[in-house]
Design a protein around this ligand. Structure first.
Ligand SMILES: [Zn+2]
Length: 221
């Protein structure tokens, strides 16, 4: 309604896919590229427009981007075992014989797997969920991979499953459902990452929920 009202007030504006772009005979190719980039997470229309205009100043950027995206599309796939990204049926982590197959760390996405790997403190293997449980978004146990995870644990020798899922409401629901489902797997220890005060942070900056968990999970020195 606001967009229509604006269009009436300023007739030099045209409507393109619910967005207003100044009528300057913008070529369709440009609008299409801006719309495609604006669909990416964290990229708004302003950033998309700037990026496209910047690339037009140096077309080698466009060529490099096209080439890398084509390689991404042709060569990158999903690991059939853990859900990590891979260049073949199995990712490097699943294929590695140096990693401990008895310990499985469950993360909600590839980005979280990368975060765990950057800490260089975990030498087990992973299972990558397709996000978190969310009934409103239609994401149930099958959709996010919990069913596949339980089958993997049942069919392999796994002694511990670490649930490294975020502490959000959806994350807590997902952790609870996975922990319950894993009760059917005997001799499997189910753990979750400790929650508490971040390294280098002061107590006076902590919210009450974080302080409660930090106190509850306190360690002996
Ligand atoms: Zn894998």
């Amino acid at each position: 309604m606001i967009i229509r009202a604006l269009a009436r007030i300023a007739p030099n504006l045209i409507l393109i896919e619910e967005n207003i772009i100044m009528k300057n005979n913008i070529p369709a190719e440009l609008t299409k590229s801006i719309n495609s980039l604006a669909k990416l997470p964290g990229v708004g229309r302003v950033s998309a427009k700037r990026a496209v205009l910047h690339m037009l100043q140096d077309k080698t950027l466009i060529a490099n981007l096209v080439e890398s995206l084509k390689a991404l599309d042709e060569n990158i796939t999903t690991c059939q075992v853990c859900g990590n990204i891979a260049t073949s049926d199995q990712c490097d982590i699943c294929l590695s014989e140096e990693r401990d197959s008895n310990i499985l760390c469950v993360v909600e996405g590839v980005s979280q797997l990368w975060a765990m790997e950057s800490a260089e403190s975990f030498s087990g293997k992973y299972f990558v969920l397709n996000g978190l449980l969310n009934a409103l978004e239609g994401k149930g146990p099958d959709e996010i991979g919990i069913t596949k995870l339980i089958k993997l644990v049942q069919e392999n020798t796994i002694s511990e499953v670490i649930l490294a899922v975020s502490a959000s409401v959806d994350g807590q629901t997902t952790t609870h459902v996975i922990a319950e489902s894993l009760q059917t797997c005997h001799n499997v220890k189910v753990t979750s990452l400790a929650k508490g005060i971040p390294v280098g942070a002061g107590l006076d900056y902590m919210d009450s929920g974080t302080l409660f968990l930090a106190l509850k999970n306190r360690n002996s020195l």
